[in-house]
Design a protein around this ligand. Sequence first.
Ligand SMILES: Cc1ncc(C[n+]2csc(CCOP(=O)(O)OP(=O)(O)O)c2C)c(N)n1
Ligand code: SF4
Length: 284
Amino acid sequence: MTQENLFHSSGKPAWCPGCGDFGILSSIEDALVNSGKKPHEVLIVSGIGQAAKLPHYINTNGFAGLHGRALPAAFGAKAANHHLQVLVTSGDGDIYGEGGNHFIHAIRRNIDITLIVHNNQIYGLTKRQASPTSDLGMVTKTQPNGVSTIPFNPLAIAITLDAVFVARSFSQEKAFTTQLIEEGIRTPGFSLIDILQPCVSFNTINTYKWYSERVYKLDSSHDPADKLQAYEKSSEWGDKIPIGILYKSARKTFLDDQFKPKDLPLFKRKTRMKEIISLINELY
Ligand SMILES: Cc1ncc(C[n+]2csc(CCOP(=O)(O)OP(=O)(O)O)c2C)c(N)n1
Ligand code: SF4
């Protein structure tokens, strides 16, 4: 980008030098510029963790929720103002672990939110405990004998639940990540972009080198409309890890029946206090 990025904030991120989170922040800024949105039209919601600090470092509206609760907060905001472009950025622990239940049901409802998960396969903020995506055998402070529970596969779950846009990227592939986020933003409904993000301080296994040696871009032989092919790709993990758009489908979003794009957002409508009080009295 040559011109000044409107979304760039002067705040200095409190991330370790070399952390993959920097690349993701920069890709989100570029994707938002390319989307044609203005900073006041965008809300970024997060939970708790290193990744979840991102809304502090970007020039948009921001909301830091409780641990694992970014998605319900984001849904509330989208329902109150359907004109807002709502993004969620958080870590694999926050979204797939503590927030796992919300992850599942937000996809089922097809809420129009772009979810960007910084997947470093570890709890970074709390200094190296296994996360739901840690590989089997990984030794951590809390798993001294190695992780023995099978990893959570967010892409396979999202495909099963017919998420409308399911993609994976690698934080070092900045331009590629930008494109995927942009497409996620443009897609109406629930988009998942899971981004492999090296944690240089606490994950000494899944490093830049480890990911670089394994990731490859899906080519035109992959058809994102083919659910079975998407499944196959979502389970490819080890010597080869595919990045790109794994799955795309189209269906109505949760709010499609409630609001038309031109409708006045809920928060601008007059509160009908009399009716609300009578409803409360009826239920009380
Ligand atoms: C209810 C609650 N439980 C546990 C914690 C402690 N905690 C803070 S961040 C975190 C995990 C963060 O991991 P992840 O989401 O992967 O983000 P990262 O720091 O790796 O970016 C945990 C367990 C908390 N803050 N609140
Ligand atoms: S601990 Fe890991 S995830 Fe957190 S800022 Fe440092 S490198 Fe990034």
